[in-house]
Design a binder for this molecule. Structure first.
Ligand code: SF4
Ligand SMILES: [Zn+2]
Length: 358
């Protein structure tokens, strides 16, 4: 791929054009949301450097991502879930946390060892979550073993991380890196930062004893199935080489509402990745010195990562199994006739003629 020239970032072109298009797409949403209700909360389990943990996963409803307001990433529908007006008050955010704790009380036998907090943006951005709220949340969960908070790399600094580590909580910062390739991150995902920013954030986390969890996006818009697969294999390897990055969560793109990916999907210009491709990346990176997991949201549906419809559940189960055991032999037990179609797509699909199949 050629290097981007400065003029592609001019007004009306490149990233600016992406942002203009995205603002128009997002302006079509008309839902409103209650600032005292979390966006979502659920219980699950996760593989961590200290073994498998029960997790309480919280998506706080904050004002929404700053970058999404400018236009945002091509696949991200989170902004359609955020609160009108931009900010949510400390008291409301704490009410959301209380409701999540109630959910845990009602559905779990004992408190989860790990708490994961996402927002519709960056938990460490003080415009979304004020310092006062961040500190109160750290105190609320001081008795848990591990916490994961999500943030764009710009907002990751020592002082904020110490709010958690000073309580003795093993803390991870989850960063939506999407890909280690700057060109793909900029032009296909429309995310503005460079890999070097991710490395800087990892260093800041490391300095105060925290870890990094990198989130990668399998098959952003405009990449063919094989380009997407190769990009993920390369990206996992580059993340594994960053000191402090102990986990990569490689997530297949799904078609979210009010996004550029959705427009492309309706215009026959986008198909989510095959689950076979996800399995291939997991197999090819299993020897890397990093935990690699994947959560194919919406698997088996048209809008989510899918195979032929017959084998989706089986492949999904193998992926879930791999997440907990990191053993690539789980994929030897699944096969289907559609692997031939998938291989043909991988060999023949070009970015000017995709998708070859639905
Ligand atoms: S993916 Fe993250 S950075 Fe991009 S618009 Fe969504 S919340 Fe913002
Ligand atoms: Zn199949």
């Amino acid at each position: 791929m050629s290097k981007p020239s400065p003029e592609v970032y001019e007004e009306g072109k490149g990233m600016d054009a992406h942002n203009q298009a995205m603002r128009e797409i997002r302006s079509r949403k008309d839902e409103t949301y209650d600032p005292t209700e979390p966006t979502r909360v659920w219980l699950d389990e996760d593989n961590t450097p200290d073994g498998v943990y029960d997790s309480l996963t919280i998506i706080l409803n904050t004002g929404g991502c700053r970058w999404a307001r400018a236009g945002g990433c091509t696949m991200c529908g989170y902004v359609a879930e955020s609160v009108d007006g931009g900010t949510v008050a400390h008291e409301d955010l704490m009410t959301q946390v209380e409701k999540c704790l109630d959910h845990e009380d009602e559905n779990a036998d004992e408190p989860a060892g790990q708490i994961k907090i996402y927002t519709s943006g960056s938990f460490l951005d003080e415009r979304e979550v004020p310092a006062e709220t961040r500190q109160a949340i750290a105190e609320t969960f001081a008795d848990r073993d591990r916490m994961v908070v999500e943030s764009l790399p710009d907002f990751v600094d020592r002082e904020k991380i110490t709010d958690f580590t000073e309580h003795g909580i093993e803390t991870d910062i989850a960063i939506g890196l999407e890909t280690a390739t700057d060109r793909v991150r900029h032009d296909c995902v429309n995310k503005y930062f460079d890999f070097s920013e991710f490395e800087r954030a990892a260093e800041a986390a490391r300095d105060c004893g925290a870890g990094i969890k990198a989130y990668l996006l399998m098959k952003p818009a405009f990449l063919s199935e094989s380009e997407a697969t190769e990009d993920m294999v390369r990206s996992v390897k580059r993340c594994a080489a960053v000191e402090g990055c102990h986990t990569v969560s490689m997530n297949p793109c799904n078609v979210q509402r009010h996004t550029m990916v959705e427009d492309l999907y309706f215009d026959d210009g986008y198909r989510p990745p095959w689950l076979w491709s996800v399995a291939e990346v997991l197999q090819r990176t299993a020897d890397e010195d990093v935990i690699v997991v994947s959560d194919p949201v919406g698997h088996g549906s048209d809008r989510g990562p899918h195979n032929c419809g017959e084998c989706d559940d089986r492949v999904q189960r193998a992926i879930k199994d791999f997440n907990l055991r990191q053993d690539p032999s789980v994929f030897e037990q699944v096969s289907c006739e559609c692997e031939l179609t998938w291989q043909t797509v991988r060999d023949r699909e070009q970015s000017y003629s995709m998708p070859l199949t639905r």
